[in-house]
Design a protein around this ligand. Structure first.
Ligand code: MRU
Length: 343
């Protein structure tokens, strides 16, 4: 498999593959400072909802190693660390899910030395559970694909975006491993180009046939026929099955419905926000305008132009054919099927 690790705990520090430099350079950065880890999440050195959760968990573990002091002092310092990580990226609910797990460990372990050990163990568990969830999603999702299959995907929901193997790309990988002849159409995913830079790179490394298209080509490609499924990941799913994912997913979902193509969302249950009952309640991150005015560092729009740069959109549940989780494939009505999978 892949031959790279997006997020790796060395036992002393956190090693991240700098995804801003891909595909031209494979640069790993080592972090011992939790504030630098928080900035790495904000600046998209690491990205993808599950990988953000795993990274933040290790960031908290790093902070705990440094803050071994009196009990009260330790707790309030760790509270500030949790708040700092919660401010990094607002949409990916895996971040808040991971921080909640870390918070429970802090609350349940009064001794700071023992808490530091327990936090490291919890971060390792979050990472291991995510990898296992990706493999399970792969097995369930692969069964949904025909043989041969042409799958259209958006953004990067691969090993780069998780503890390994991937969610949407995990489904594709598992189908290929099961002997299905799968080829992928990868949307370039403007403005940050996760499809062109990351998905194309990741699939090429695995020897899975991939064809890159710009986002605006997806509709015509579906109209010509031969797209068997759209498979994407998610940043947050409400209890009724509304899905927040990379900007452009909603447009793909509308196109898929128009052309009779199933839309499958692959996501671990840590991506389901059971507190929310409507996609309208999901906070949508807006990012720096330069992501839109510039491409590969070069300006492509006039100075001073107004820019709107939402990083995610929301696809309503009625456009989602199925949600692939580590517990099985949820079908509408999602309020019931997702609830049944809840731990
Ligand atoms: O802004 P990004 O690159 O973090 O957005 C990533 C996505 O939208 C992914 O599809 C989602 O996080 C799922 S990753 C398994």
């Amino acid at each position: 498999m892949s031959g790279f690790q997006a997020v790796e705990w060395t036992g002393e520090a956190l090693r991240l593959l700098d995804q801003r430099r891909l595909p031209t350079e494979e640069v790993y950065r080592v972090y011992a400072d939790p504030e630098a880890v928080a900035r790495a999440i904000e600046q998209m050195v690491v990205r993808g909802a599950p990988a953000i959760g795993v990274t933040a968990a290790y960031g908290v573990a790093l902070a705990a190693r440094r803050r071994v002091g009196a009990d009260e002092e330790f707790r309030s310092a760790m509270g500030a660390v949790l708040e700092r990580f919660a401010r990094t990226r607002p949409t990916a609910v895996n971040l808040f899910w991971a921080l909640d797990r870390m918070r429970r460990v802090i609350e349940g372990t009064p001794d700071p030395v023992r808490a530091a050990e327990a936090l490291e163990a919890e971060a390792r568990a979050i990472e291991a559970e995510d990898l296992a969830a990706c493999r399970a999603m792969g097995r369930f999702g692969a069964e949904l694909l025909p043989d041969p299959a042409t799958v259209l995907t958006h953004c990067n929901a691969g090993a780069l975006a998780t503890a390994g193997y991937g969610t949407a790309l995990g489904v594709i990988r598992a189908a290929a491993e099961a002997g299905k002849r799968v080829q992928v159409l990868a949307d370039e995913t403007r403005p940050f180009l996760q499809g062109a830079r990351l998905t194309a790179w990741e699939l090429q490394k695995d020897g899975i046939p991939v064809t890159l298209i710009t986002d605006s080509m997806a509709g015509y490609r579906m109209r010509l026929g031969g797209v068997d499924a759209v498979v994407v990941g998610a940043d947050r799913i409400t209890r009724i099955g509304d899905v927040a994912n990379k900007i452009g997913t909603y447009a793909l979902a509308v196109l898929a419905r128009e052309h009779g193509v199933p839309l499958y969302v692959a996501a671990p249950l840590s991506t389901v926000d059971f507190e929310l009952s409507s996609g309208d309640e999901i906070p949508i991150e807006e990012r720096d305008p330069t992501e839109v005015t510039h491409c590969g560092g070069a300006r492509v729009a006039p100075e001073g132009v107004g820019v709107w740069n939402p990083a995610f959109d929301v696809t309503p549940a009625h456009l989602v054919t199925a949600i692939v989780t580590e517990r099985g494939v949820a079908r509408p009505p999602y309020t019931e099927s997702l609830e049944a999978f809840r731990r």
